[in-house]
Design a protein around this ligand. Structure first.
Ligand code: GLU
Length: 310
């Protein structure tokens, strides 16, 4: 069997917290347990949300956790020409079109949609078949157009390695290039995963709804599709994705209080069903006997006091 190639793809819009660390740990274990390659990609194109200082902090946190990666990190900000090329290809093939609809709606659609509300209303198709080219759209509307992918199906069913058969519902035409010319998350992630030869995309299930869109892009661009694995997130006591509102779970803060990497990994291992207790261990210690099937289906809820020594 071919050697698996996975990736860790942090967005430097904040520092790593327990939730990211757990998804990255699982992504790393899943590939390394089969002696595969793990690449690192910094998703630093999400406009004003990116905080440059978070890139170095993220690299440092991943190294501290022992999640080794292969080769140099790939920065999306260095790959803009590749995204622009893919967008032109889709425009030329009539599979995408310029759209001048409101900035707010388009900006909301442009980031990785981690919250269901960001994905709420399907685009009504106002600009479909309205303009022949970006230049024409700009001339006639006086606005900088975004580019949308034309969706001609309701669903792209797919097999998720962890979840099994997924219906893959798609709701409406989605943005692949924002009005300022920056690529949208959906496009950049596909172009990069394909260019890097990624065979396994393991990420939190908050991105599950993105996968059918990404599959449409793989097919439209004639690219090789990876396998997808969506794992449950860590959530707060209120059942929502672990975030600042649940308290400070950043790795920086734990490290500052003297929590060691083996303590943190041990804690995540127990939360993830990989070990019966939270006894300190390294990420590499978890490779033997690792199986995704042991990760509980229900979202795990870490509770303060989070860690020994905390
Ligand atoms: N960078 C994205 C995020 O942090 C993840 C992208 C992906 O795994 O597809 O939300």
């Amino acid at each position: 069997m071919a050697i698996p190639i996975g990736r860790l793809a942090p967005s430097p819009t904040g520092v790593l917290h327990l939730g990211n660390a757990r998804s990255f740990l699982l992504a790393w274990l899943s590939v390394r347990t089969r002696s595969g390659t793990v690449l690192l990609r910094i998703e630093d194109i999400d406009g004003p949300r990116v905080r440059p200082e978070c890139t170095a902090a993220t690299l440092d946190d991943l190294a501290w956790l022992g999640l080794t990666t292969d080769g140099d990190p790939l920065l999306q900000s260095t790959r803009l020409a590749h995204y622009a090329h893919a967008v032109s290809e889709l425009l030329d093939a009539g599979l995408a079109y310029p759209c001048v609809c409101s900035r707010r709606e388009i900006e909301e659609a442009g980031s990785a949609p981690h919250e269901p509300w960001q994905d709420a209303a399907p685009y009504p198709g106002t600009c479909r078949d309205r303009y022949g080219s970006i230049a024409e759209a700009r001339r006639q509307s006086g606005r900088d157009p975004a580019v949308r992918f034309r969706v001609t199906t309701d669903a792209v069913p797919f097999h998720d390695v962890y979840r099994g058969a997924e219906p893959g519902l798609v709701r409406g035409d989605f943005v692949i290039q924002k009005r300022d010319g920056a690529p949208a998350y959906q496009l950049a992630v596909v172009v990069d995963d394909a260019a890097s030869g990624i065979t396994e995309v393991l990420r939190g299930d908050d991105l599950l709804a993105s996968t059918p869109r990404q599959l449409l892009l793989y097919r439209a661009l004639g690219l090789q599709e990876p396998q997808f694995v969506h794992v449950p997130l860590l959530v707060g006591a209120d059942g929502r994705r672990l975030a600042k509102r649940h308290g400070d779970t950043s790795l920086r803060t734990f490290r500052g209080r003297g929590v060691t990497a083996p303590q943190l990994i041990g804690y995540l291992a127990q939360l993830s069903g990989l070990r019966p207790t939270a006894a300190a261990c390294s990420a590499a210690d978890l490779l033997v006997g690792f199986s995704l099937a042991r990760v509980p289906r229900e979202p795990a809820v870490p509770r303060a006091p989070w860690l020994p020594g905390d």
